[in-house]
Design a protein around this ligand. Sequence first.
Ligand code: SF4
Length: 291
Amino acid sequence: MKYEGMIFRPPSEAESLILQVTVGCSYNRCTFCGAYREKTFRIKRFEEIKEDIDEISSYSPRVKRVFLADGDALIIPQKELIRVLSYLKEKWRGLERVGIYANAKDILRKGVEELEALKELGLGIIYLGLESGNPEVLKRIKKNATIEQLIRAGKRVKESGILLSVTVILGIGGVEHSQVHAKDTAKVLSEMDPDYVGALSLMIVPGTPIAHEIETGELILPTPFGLIQELETMIENSHMTRCFFASNHASNYLPLRIQLPEEKEEALRRIREVLKKKDPALLRPEYLRAL
Ligand code: SF4
Protein backbone atom coordinates (compact mmCIF):
# COMPACT_ATOMS: atom_id res chain seq x y z
CA MET A 1 0.00 0.00 0.00
CA LYS A 2 1.57 3.30 -1.03
CA TYR A 3 0.44 5.99 1.40
CA GLU A 4 1.67 9.50 0.67
CA GLY A 5 2.33 11.57 3.81
CA MET A 6 0.35 11.40 7.07
CA ILE A 7 -3.03 9.71 6.85
CA PHE A 8 -6.07 10.90 8.85
CA ARG A 9 -9.37 9.13 9.41
CA PRO A 10 -12.43 9.65 11.63
CA PRO A 11 -12.24 7.83 15.01
CA SER A 12 -15.19 5.64 13.97
CA GLU A 13 -13.17 4.25 11.03
CA ALA A 14 -10.54 2.71 13.31
CA GLU A 15 -11.36 -0.80 12.05
CA SER A 16 -11.56 0.16 8.39
CA LEU A 17 -9.08 -0.35 5.64
CA ILE A 18 -7.80 3.11 4.74
CA LEU A 19 -7.47 3.47 1.00
CA GLN A 20 -5.84 6.69 -0.19
CA VAL A 21 -7.58 7.80 -3.37
CA THR A 22 -6.65 11.48 -3.25
CA VAL A 23 -3.59 13.17 -1.77
CA GLY A 24 -4.21 16.17 0.53
CA CYS A 25 -7.18 18.52 0.49
CA SER A 26 -8.32 20.36 -2.64
CA TYR A 27 -8.96 23.51 -0.57
CA ASN A 28 -6.34 23.32 2.21
CA ARG A 29 -6.90 26.82 3.59
CA CYS A 30 -9.02 26.48 6.76
CA THR A 31 -7.09 28.51 9.33
CA PHE A 32 -7.15 25.85 12.06
CA CYS A 33 -6.25 22.83 9.94
CA GLY A 34 -2.70 21.59 9.64
CA ALA A 35 -3.55 18.11 8.37
CA TYR A 36 -2.54 18.44 4.74
CA ARG A 37 -0.46 21.64 4.60
CA GLU A 38 2.61 19.79 3.34
CA LYS A 39 0.75 17.98 0.55
CA THR A 40 0.05 19.13 -2.99
CA PHE A 41 -3.46 18.06 -3.86
CA ARG A 42 -4.02 15.45 -6.53
CA ILE A 43 -6.50 12.74 -7.40
CA LYS A 44 -4.75 9.39 -7.74
CA ARG A 45 -5.02 7.63 -11.11
CA PHE A 46 -7.32 4.60 -11.14
CA GLU A 47 -4.31 2.37 -11.96
CA GLU A 48 -2.55 3.46 -8.75
CA ILE A 49 -5.68 2.84 -6.66
CA LYS A 50 -6.26 -0.52 -8.35
CA GLU A 51 -2.69 -1.57 -7.59
CA ASP A 52 -3.26 -0.89 -3.86
CA ILE A 53 -6.60 -2.74 -3.85
CA ASP A 54 -5.04 -5.73 -5.66
CA GLU A 55 -2.15 -5.83 -3.22
CA ILE A 56 -4.36 -5.79 -0.11
CA SER A 57 -6.89 -8.24 -1.47
CA SER A 58 -4.06 -10.70 -2.13
CA TYR A 59 -3.53 -11.12 1.61
CA SER A 60 -6.88 -9.85 3.03
CA PRO A 61 -9.67 -11.74 1.28
CA ARG A 62 -12.28 -10.37 3.68
CA VAL A 63 -12.61 -6.59 4.16
CA LYS A 64 -15.82 -5.24 5.63
CA ARG A 65 -15.17 -1.53 5.79
CA VAL A 66 -13.12 0.84 3.69
CA PHE A 67 -12.43 4.54 4.30
CA LEU A 68 -11.40 6.63 1.32
CA ALA A 69 -8.73 9.19 2.22
CA ASP A 70 -7.53 12.03 2.11
CA GLY A 71 -9.25 15.27 3.09
CA ASP A 72 -12.13 15.57 0.62
CA ALA A 73 -12.10 12.48 -1.54
CA LEU A 74 -15.70 13.09 -2.67
CA ILE A 75 -14.22 15.64 -5.07
CA ILE A 76 -13.35 12.73 -7.38
CA PRO A 77 -15.47 12.98 -10.55
CA GLN A 78 -18.53 10.72 -10.47
CA LYS A 79 -17.32 8.35 -13.21
CA GLU A 80 -14.01 7.75 -11.49
CA LEU A 81 -15.59 7.26 -8.07
CA ILE A 82 -18.04 4.74 -9.53
CA ARG A 83 -15.07 2.89 -11.01
CA VAL A 84 -13.31 2.75 -7.61
CA LEU A 85 -16.44 1.68 -5.69
CA SER A 86 -17.31 -0.96 -8.30
CA TYR A 87 -13.82 -2.40 -8.11
CA LEU A 88 -13.97 -2.53 -4.30
CA LYS A 89 -17.27 -4.41 -4.53
CA GLU A 90 -15.85 -6.78 -7.09
CA LYS A 91 -12.82 -7.57 -4.91
CA TRP A 92 -14.64 -7.86 -1.58
CA ARG A 93 -18.13 -9.32 -1.94
CA GLY A 94 -18.72 -8.97 1.79
CA LEU A 95 -17.89 -5.25 1.85
CA GLU A 96 -20.45 -3.62 4.15
CA ARG A 97 -19.61 0.07 4.06
CA VAL A 98 -17.38 2.66 2.43
CA GLY A 99 -16.83 6.01 4.14
CA ILE A 100 -15.45 9.28 2.81
CA TYR A 101 -14.63 12.85 3.86
CA ALA A 102 -16.36 15.61 1.91
CA ASN A 103 -16.73 19.36 2.05
CA ALA A 104 -19.99 21.15 1.26
CA LYS A 105 -18.97 22.04 -2.28
CA ASP A 106 -18.00 18.45 -3.14
CA ILE A 107 -21.46 17.31 -2.03
CA LEU A 108 -23.31 20.09 -3.84
CA ARG A 109 -21.47 19.31 -7.07
CA LYS A 110 -23.33 16.00 -7.04
CA GLY A 111 -27.08 15.65 -7.45
CA VAL A 112 -29.20 13.44 -5.18
CA GLU A 113 -29.36 10.80 -7.94
CA GLU A 114 -25.59 10.74 -8.19
CA LEU A 115 -25.25 10.28 -4.44
CA GLU A 116 -27.89 7.54 -4.59
CA ALA A 117 -25.85 5.80 -7.29
CA LEU A 118 -22.78 5.93 -5.00
CA LYS A 119 -24.87 4.54 -2.17
CA GLU A 120 -25.93 1.62 -4.38
CA LEU A 121 -22.25 0.84 -4.85
CA GLY A 122 -21.53 0.82 -1.12
CA LEU A 123 -20.87 4.43 -0.10
CA GLY A 124 -22.52 4.30 3.31
CA ILE A 125 -21.32 7.35 5.23
CA ILE A 126 -20.13 10.88 4.46
CA TYR A 127 -18.15 12.90 7.03
CA LEU A 128 -18.75 16.62 6.66
CA GLY A 129 -16.90 19.32 8.62
CA LEU A 130 -19.31 22.02 9.75
CA GLU A 131 -17.02 23.34 12.53
CA SER A 132 -19.40 26.21 13.39
CA GLY A 133 -22.93 27.30 12.58
CA ASN A 134 -22.05 30.95 13.09
CA PRO A 135 -21.46 32.90 9.84
CA GLU A 136 -18.83 35.23 11.33
CA VAL A 137 -16.84 32.34 12.74
CA LEU A 138 -17.01 30.47 9.42
CA LYS A 139 -15.68 33.53 7.63
CA ARG A 140 -12.92 34.00 10.15
CA ILE A 141 -11.72 30.39 9.87
CA LYS A 142 -11.98 30.62 6.03
CA LYS A 143 -14.27 27.60 5.80
CA ASN A 144 -15.04 28.29 2.13
CA ALA A 145 -18.76 27.56 2.51
CA THR A 146 -21.77 29.52 3.71
CA ILE A 147 -24.25 28.32 6.32
CA GLU A 148 -26.82 27.92 3.59
CA GLN A 149 -24.47 25.74 1.49
CA LEU A 150 -23.53 23.61 4.50
CA ILE A 151 -27.17 23.00 5.41
CA ARG A 152 -28.07 22.21 1.81
CA ALA A 153 -25.13 19.79 1.56
CA GLY A 154 -26.09 18.02 4.78
CA LYS A 155 -29.71 17.70 3.69
CA ARG A 156 -28.69 16.36 0.29
CA VAL A 157 -26.68 13.56 1.88
CA LYS A 158 -29.64 12.66 4.10
CA GLU A 159 -32.00 12.70 1.14
CA SER A 160 -29.78 10.22 -0.70
CA GLY A 161 -30.02 7.77 2.19
CA ILE A 162 -26.28 7.91 2.93
CA LEU A 163 -25.45 8.33 6.63
CA LEU A 164 -24.33 11.84 7.56
CA SER A 165 -21.68 12.47 10.20
CA VAL A 166 -20.94 16.10 11.05
CA THR A 167 -17.94 17.51 12.90
CA VAL A 168 -18.13 20.63 15.06
CA ILE A 169 -15.31 22.31 17.00
CA LEU A 170 -15.68 23.63 20.53
CA GLY A 171 -13.69 26.83 21.09
CA ILE A 172 -13.32 27.71 17.41
CA GLY A 173 -15.12 31.06 17.92
CA GLY A 174 -12.79 32.07 20.76
CA VAL A 175 -14.04 33.75 23.92
CA GLU A 176 -15.69 36.49 21.91
CA HIS A 177 -18.05 34.19 19.99
CA SER A 178 -18.16 31.31 22.45
CA GLN A 179 -21.88 31.16 23.24
CA VAL A 180 -23.20 32.44 19.92
CA HIS A 181 -21.03 29.84 18.17
CA ALA A 182 -22.54 27.08 20.35
CA LYS A 183 -26.14 28.29 19.83
CA ASP A 184 -25.83 28.79 16.08
CA THR A 185 -24.10 25.44 15.67
CA ALA A 186 -26.97 23.74 17.50
CA LYS A 187 -29.41 25.49 15.16
CA VAL A 188 -27.60 24.33 12.02
CA LEU A 189 -27.24 20.79 13.36
CA SER A 190 -30.97 20.71 14.06
CA GLU A 191 -31.68 21.75 10.47
CA MET A 192 -29.26 19.22 8.97
CA ASP A 193 -30.49 16.50 11.32
CA PRO A 194 -27.36 14.31 10.98
CA ASP A 195 -27.09 10.69 12.07
CA TYR A 196 -23.85 11.38 13.94
CA VAL A 197 -22.20 14.45 15.43
CA GLY A 198 -18.59 14.47 16.53
CA ALA A 199 -17.62 17.40 18.75
CA LEU A 200 -13.90 18.14 18.94
CA SER A 201 -12.15 20.79 21.00
CA LEU A 202 -9.88 23.19 19.19
CA MET A 203 -6.25 22.06 19.36
CA ILE A 204 -3.71 24.53 18.07
CA VAL A 205 -1.43 23.20 15.34
CA PRO A 206 1.83 25.19 15.21
CA GLY A 207 2.35 27.09 11.97
CA THR A 208 -1.35 27.43 11.13
CA PRO A 209 -2.95 30.88 10.73
CA ILE A 210 -5.05 30.31 13.86
CA ALA A 211 -1.86 29.67 15.88
CA HIS A 212 -0.68 33.11 14.74
CA GLU A 213 -4.00 34.69 15.81
CA ILE A 214 -3.51 33.21 19.27
CA GLU A 215 0.09 34.42 19.51
CA THR A 216 -0.95 37.97 18.63
CA GLY A 217 -3.94 37.90 20.99
CA GLU A 218 -6.40 38.33 18.11
CA LEU A 219 -8.14 35.14 19.25
CA ILE A 220 -8.49 34.17 22.89
CA LEU A 221 -9.33 30.56 23.63
CA PRO A 222 -12.08 29.73 26.14
CA THR A 223 -10.95 27.93 29.29
CA PRO A 224 -11.59 24.17 29.57
CA PHE A 225 -14.80 24.92 31.53
CA GLY A 226 -15.72 27.52 28.88
CA LEU A 227 -15.52 24.72 26.30
CA ILE A 228 -17.79 22.55 28.44
CA GLN A 229 -20.25 25.44 28.66
CA GLU A 230 -20.28 25.47 24.85
CA LEU A 231 -20.99 21.74 24.90
CA GLU A 232 -23.89 22.34 27.27
CA THR A 233 -25.38 25.08 25.05
CA MET A 234 -24.91 22.97 21.94
CA ILE A 235 -26.67 19.93 23.38
CA GLU A 236 -29.39 21.99 25.06
CA ASN A 237 -30.30 23.78 21.83
CA SER A 238 -30.00 20.82 19.46
CA HIS A 239 -33.19 19.17 18.27
CA MET A 240 -32.23 16.18 16.15
CA THR A 241 -34.68 13.38 15.46
CA ARG A 242 -32.21 10.53 15.93
CA CYS A 243 -28.55 11.28 16.42
CA PHE A 244 -25.54 9.75 18.09
CA PHE A 245 -23.60 12.65 19.61
CA ALA A 246 -20.02 12.02 20.70
CA SER A 247 -17.50 14.25 22.41
CA ASN A 248 -15.16 11.37 23.16
CA HIS A 249 -12.48 12.54 20.71
CA ALA A 250 -9.06 12.76 22.40
CA SER A 251 -9.10 16.57 22.15
CA ASN A 252 -12.05 16.93 24.54
CA TYR A 253 -11.99 17.57 28.28
CA LEU A 254 -15.33 15.84 28.94
CA PRO A 255 -15.98 12.69 26.92
CA LEU A 256 -19.64 11.91 26.20
CA ARG A 257 -21.34 9.35 23.97
CA ILE A 258 -25.06 9.96 23.91
CA GLN A 259 -28.12 9.11 21.88
CA LEU A 260 -30.22 12.20 21.17
CA PRO A 261 -32.89 13.06 22.02
CA GLU A 262 -33.29 10.15 24.50
CA GLU A 263 -30.24 10.89 26.66
CA LYS A 264 -30.27 14.67 26.41
CA GLU A 265 -31.48 15.43 29.94
CA GLU A 266 -29.08 12.95 31.53
CA ALA A 267 -26.14 14.40 29.57
CA LEU A 268 -27.09 17.96 30.55
CA ARG A 269 -27.35 16.92 34.20
CA ARG A 270 -23.83 15.45 34.03
CA ILE A 271 -22.37 18.51 32.28
CA ARG A 272 -24.00 20.88 34.78
CA GLU A 273 -22.61 18.93 37.69
CA VAL A 274 -19.09 19.30 36.26
CA LEU A 275 -19.67 23.01 35.64
CA LYS A 276 -20.94 23.49 39.18
CA LYS A 277 -17.99 21.71 40.84
CA LYS A 278 -15.39 23.23 38.49
CA ASP A 279 -12.98 20.56 39.65
CA PRO A 280 -10.14 20.02 37.10
CA ALA A 281 -9.85 16.42 38.33
CA LEU A 282 -13.17 15.72 36.56
CA LEU A 283 -11.62 16.63 33.20
CA ARG A 284 -9.35 14.68 30.86
CA PRO A 285 -5.81 15.73 31.85
CA GLU A 286 -4.03 18.08 29.44
CA TYR A 287 -1.24 15.57 28.70
CA LEU A 288 -3.80 13.03 27.46
CA ARG A 289 -5.38 15.43 24.98
CA ALA A 290 -4.48 14.95 21.33
CA LEU A 291 -5.68 15.58 17.81
S1 SF4 B 1 -10.59 21.33 7.53
FE1 SF4 B 1 -11.09 20.00 5.82
S2 SF4 B 1 -11.57 21.41 4.12
FE2 SF4 B 1 -10.46 22.61 5.67
S3 SF4 B 1 -8.30 22.51 5.04
FE3 SF4 B 1 -8.62 20.82 6.52
S4 SF4 B 1 -9.13 19.06 5.25
FE4 SF4 B 1 -9.37 20.86 3.95
